[in-house]
Design a protein around this ligand. Sequence first.
Ligand code: CNA
Length: 298
Amino acid sequence: KIDHPQLNIVKDSTMDSLIELLQKKEFKNIIVMTGAGVSTAVGIPDFRSPETGIYSNLGKFDLPHPEDMFDIEYFLYNPQPFYTVMKDLLPKKVKPSKTHYFIRLLADKGILLRHYTQNIDTLERVAGVPEELLVESHGSFHTAHCVGIKDKPGCRKEYSREFIREKVAAQEVPYCTECGGLVKPDIVFFGEELPQKFFDCYYEDFQKCDLLLVFGTSLKVQPFCNLIDFAKIDTPRCLINNKLAGVTGHPRKGFDFSGSFQKYRRDVFYKGNCDDGAVILAKHMGLEEELNELVNTS
Ligand code: CNA
């Protein structure tokens, strides 16, 4: 740890040390990054949790690697595993979690600079996070397009979320009514480009960001997980997750709580449930009542 008052932002790596800063209401440009862990509380499984995660329940598909289910080449060759699993990711009526509403509240207060989500379930939209503040880094189920079949490009005809939902509920693979190609939701598969908005926004946003909150992600998927390294060296970063994530062992890359590596004290880790973490943050920002009201009236 180096002796520098601006770089040693927090006293230790627990949430307590962030509380003082939150109470002073110093943060005006908060970036929130999220992963599947913010939606497990409302019944949508994540990828990597042991037993409940999608990756640990793929045995029946006999895939070479669990990630293949979300690989564009594999999808064009065999779309069935993806559409079978999609049923769990597209439940009919799901209310956003407290964490989603906390993010919406930050937007209402004018202190949310941007929300970068990896999630595709659209619960940020349902919670009311304004579209201009939202970067759906891996796309979403909001729309779908015809992508063709292997070696034959699709006609790109657009389909709605409802069209996909009905097919998936009937355990059918959705095919294009015009050209017979596969219809794929506009979510980013491995091997596909991220949306342009991600590239347009991230550099300036992270230079401006004065607090980075990271909820419910294993920080394993690139380039999304690399975003945390773009926060300036004096920007506090808080990880709220039920296990440590994004640790690289390199002092300037990823979160690192291993003591000897932690030269600059700016990383805080709340080990626990996302919603509990969101409530603690809201409480110390003086927003707990408003959060409860938003959750109860939405
Ligand atoms: P992941 O790799 O499954 O990691 C989730 C992390 O959250 C893990 O570290 C869990 O231990 C942790 N976690 C789970 N539930 C909670 C909870 N209630 N409180 C605190 N921590 C929790 O998923 P990532 O998001 O990191 O991986 C990125 C993938 C997952 C993206 O491409 C997504 O599109 C994809 N995904 C999205 C959804 C969704 O939209 N809801 C669901 C499943 C997968």
